[in-house]
Design a protein around this ligand. Structure first.
Ligand SMILES: NC(=O)c1ccc[n+]([C@@H]2O[C@H](COP(=O)([O-])OP(=O)(O)OC[C@H]3O[C@@H](n4cnc5c(N)ncnc54)[C@H](O)[C@@H]3O)[C@@H](O)[C@H]2O)c1
Length: 255
């Protein structure tokens, strides 16, 4: 799938890995529709990228079906003459907000309400947008080489693959687990499904809770840079043989 002259829906596009991906896709001649809760940061990004390249339809919670439906209608209208290429799904939260309490000593254990919050955003929010974008991709003519119609790229995490952090890690294990079944379901329609499982990357998500400090990677001994994530996205979108796989991007770290 080429990126030039294609529209990609980026969730979590206002910050961190999603923001860098949006900038990179536009640099490669593509267009981006930003789906995010953060209106100010999304508006700033659209201003920077120019409204002819980027569209933010207003704040959207990825776990709301109606909000995502409405946002996709607005984005598709904004880019009415551009072919949809797929989605890069980067929205996510590490913890539930403080108002959603844990249980046990010091409320440090994961309550059902916290678990539900994380699953809702990270797993259901990912599938919500993946499914709706896939539905739009079905109406693409399979004009690409190999009859490809599009690509759905999700973001899991090594916490999900290695088994750590009850709510977050479980949600990311499920996102990773979705990758191959989705690829199998969509294969006959020429749509690929891939997931990137990053180790720690230097983005605002790591600042959220002072009690958890992610270790650096094995080598290079540092956090990943958002540009390194974005260049991986470009490679996976443009390389047709990546399908059904979860690609670790962790410089050797095991969580
Ligand atoms: N940075 C890391 O170390 C790391 C490691 C592994 C996986 N990830 C995953 O990568 C993805 C991107 O994270 P990041 O590091 O860029 O974090 P980030 O906090 O910088 O960006 C996350 C974005 O998601 C948006 N978002 C959160 N909840 C939302 C909701 N309900 N609806 C719509 N938008 C919502 C936020 O507004 C924010 O713009 C996440 O899924 C995260 O879990 C990050």
């Amino acid at each position: 799938m080429k990126i030039e002259n294609r529209l990609f829906i980026i969730t979590g596009g206002a910050s961190g890995l999603g923001k860098e991906t949006a900038k990179t896709i536009v640099r490669h001649g593509g267009y981006v529709g930003i789906i995010d809760l953060n209106a100010k940061a999304s508006d700033d990004l659209v201003e920077k990228l120019d409204a002819k390249n980027a569209c933010f339809p207003g704040p959207v919670d990825v776990s709301s079906e109606s909000q995502v439906d409405e946002a996709l209608v607005k984005i598709m209208r904004h880019f009415s003459s551009v072919r949809l290429g797929g989605a890069v799904l980067c929205s996510g939260v590490l913890f539930a907000p403080p108002r959603v309490k844990g249980y046990g000593p010091g409320n440090k254990l994961t309550s059902y309400q916290q678990f539900q919050y994380i699953i809702n955003v990270n797993l259901l929010g990912t599938y919500n947008v993946a499914q709706k974008v896939s539905e739009l991709l079905l109406s693409n003519e399979p004009t690409e080489e190999d009859g490809e119609r599009g690509v759905i790229l999700t973001t899991s995490s090594i916490t999900g693959l290695d088994g750590t952090i009850v709510g977050y890690g479980t949600s990311k294990a499920a996102v990773a687990g979705l990758t191959l079944p989705l690829a199998k379901e969509l294969a006959e329609f020429g749509i690929r499904s891939i997931s990137i499982a990053p180790g720690p990357f230097d983005t605002p998500i790591l600042d959220n809770d002072a009690n958890i400090k992610a270790p650096p990677c094995l080598f290079p001994r540092r956090y990943g840079r958002p540009a390194e994530f974005a260049s991986t996205v470009v490679h996976l979108i443009t390389h047709p043989m990546f399908n059904g796989s979860v690609v670790r991007l962790d410089a050797g770290l095991r969580a």
